[in-house]
Design a binder for this molecule. Structure first.
Ligand code: ARG
Ligand code: ZN
Length: 467
């Protein structure tokens, strides 16, 4: 929920607060002339998100029938206008809307490609509410990085994707700068599961339909929302006084590799807590899906989703659990202020794989660094890889190399202090690369600009820092 503060407050704070310097340009995003901008100002994805307001909460009710692929939805949004608005946009990829109100008054809406342009009956200022009813057959989003969003599967559906997904199934301010809390009520034919983020709030069944309720009470970036509907084997309990719920598609053999990986969720989270500081959310979990079109795993908040390819007979898949759970600190709790900063997510999640391999399989972090360092292609800068490279080795593996270069430079003590200060000071917020550099310099007392310039922005192999 910091977008309005960041955009509206930029001019006031940029000179005095180097720790709060989003590199997102606010030009027009406040709502020039009372019209909210159609993008939040992300240099990589200019139409992602919207300007002029900040969402606090989404209340989402969805009914989905896999037999007909028909979705009926209602979203109730509470938001704050940064400036008085006579028009504003939501991101929505085109399910027809049947009713829309703003502050309880009928409003009009116009769909323009992936933007829903909303004109309230009266100008809004300060707190306002939006309610939208919609219905139709949801479609995946065709983005430059492959598909994301709603997928109709054999037994149900999966809503998943990065950097975009949410706008395929609910109207949303779809950028990590606008984090919000969520309540979800998902109604599906009795017998199917409907899994989502956060704390399970129970199910109710009537007339052959079951409603599954979920609550994510920590601010969440929209791309971290997920919905998984189908035949799942659910394991639930509590861990350290928090709910833990994992689910595996029933087509995986009971007691097989997928079940085994999910069973290590709590153990991996506890290990990462020793490295990164307290686990940031009120629930734990994971979902393994069977649809081969999900070729990746994604750190959906508190309950990552894992594609089937990670679970091959006899292989140890706990590394991907370590990666996705590390994102709960790096990416989910501390979220990027723009997509060019994605290494702050992926570099640290990849580094967590090295930490986990050292702990679990006695393979030293240093030897893993050495292997990757020798093979790295240095031509793409980690800190500004370009929109087509946000999931490239330059971000993941070179990002992890940069993290370890910092550790070698400042020493273990300062390094783990930096990580813990980052996750504490930035918890539930947003941050950019410059913030991480500033914090590293402050905690270590060292000047680190040249180090980060070389490891994040250079295009040639930097020398390994001498401990
Ligand atoms: N953030 C995810 C991970 O690190 C990767 C998502 C890749 N996205 C995609 N559309 N292929 O595991
Ligand atoms: Zn990742």
């Amino acid at each position: 929920s910091t977008a309005a503060v960041l955009t509206a407050g930029l001019l006031a704070t940029a000179c005095t607060s180097p720790l709060r310097t989003p590199s997102i340009s606010p030009s027009g995003a406040e709502g020039a002339g009372g019209i909210g901008a159609e993008g939040i100002g992300d240099p990589y994805f200019p139409r992602y998100g919207n300007g002029g307001y900040d969402v606090g909460h989404y209340g989402i009710q969805v009914r989905y029938d896999p037999a007909t692929d028909q979705l009926t939805g209602r979203v109730a949004i509470t938001a704050v206008a940064a400036v008085p608005l006579r028009r504003f946009n939501l991101d929505f990829t085109g399910l027809p809307t049947t009713r829309i109100t703003v502050n309880g008054q009928p409003a009009t809406a116009e769909q323009q490609e992936s933007e829903l342009r909303v004109t309230p009956a009266a100008e809004v200022s300060g707190d306002f509410t939006v309610e939208i009813d919609y219905a139709g057959v949801p479609q995946p989003i065709k983005a430059i990085l492959g598909e994301g969003g709603w997928l109709h599967t054999e037994d149900g559906a999966i809503a998943l994707g990065q950097p975009e997904s949410a706008s395929s199934w609910f109207p949303v301010n779809d950028h990590p700068l606008d984090k919000a809390t969520y309540d979800l009520a998902i109604t599906v034919p009795e017998g199917l599961s409907a899994l989502s983020n956060g704390t399970p709030e129970g199910t109710t069944t009537a007339d052959g339909w079951t409603t599954w309720r979920w609550a994510e009470r920590a601010p969440m970036a929209p791309y971290l929302t997920t919905l998984v509907i189908g035949d799942y084997r659910i394991t639930s309990g509590s861990h350290r006084n928090r709910p833990i719920l994992t689910a595996v598609a029933k087509s995986f053999p009971e007691g097989g590799d997928a079940d085994a990986a999910m069973a290590r969720t709590a153990e991996v989270a506890d290990f990462l807590e020793t490295q990164f500081g307290p686990y940031p959310f009120e629930s734990y979990g994971g979902v393994v899906v069977a649809d081969p079109r999900i070729s990746y795993a994604l750190e959906t908040q508190s309950r990552p989703v894992y594609g089937p390819s990670f679970f091959r007979a006899g292989s140890d898949s706990s590394w991907v659990v370590a990666h996705e759970l590390a994102h709960q600190w790096f990416g989910d709790s501390v979220s990027i202020g723009g997509w060019q900063h994605i290494w702050l997510n992926e570099g640290f999640a990849s580094y967590a794989e090295w930490l986990w391999a050292e702990k679990d399989r006695k393979i030293s972090v240093q030897s893993q660094f050495d292997d990757v360092y020798g093979l790295m292609d240095w031509t793409v800068p980690t800190g500004d890889p370009g929109p087509a490279n946000i999931f490239s080795g330059a971000v993941y593996r070179r990002g992890a190399l940069a993290v370890h270069a910092l550790r070698l430079t400042v020493g273990d003590d300062a390094f783990f202090k930096i990580l813990k200060a980052w996750t504490t000071e930035r918890r539930n917020g947003n941050a950019v690369t410059a913030d991480f550099i500033a914090l590293s310099e402050r905690v270590s007392g060292k000047s680190l600009r040249p180090l980060f310039d070389a490891w994040l922005f250079g295009t040639a192999q930097p020398p390994v820092p001498k401990p």
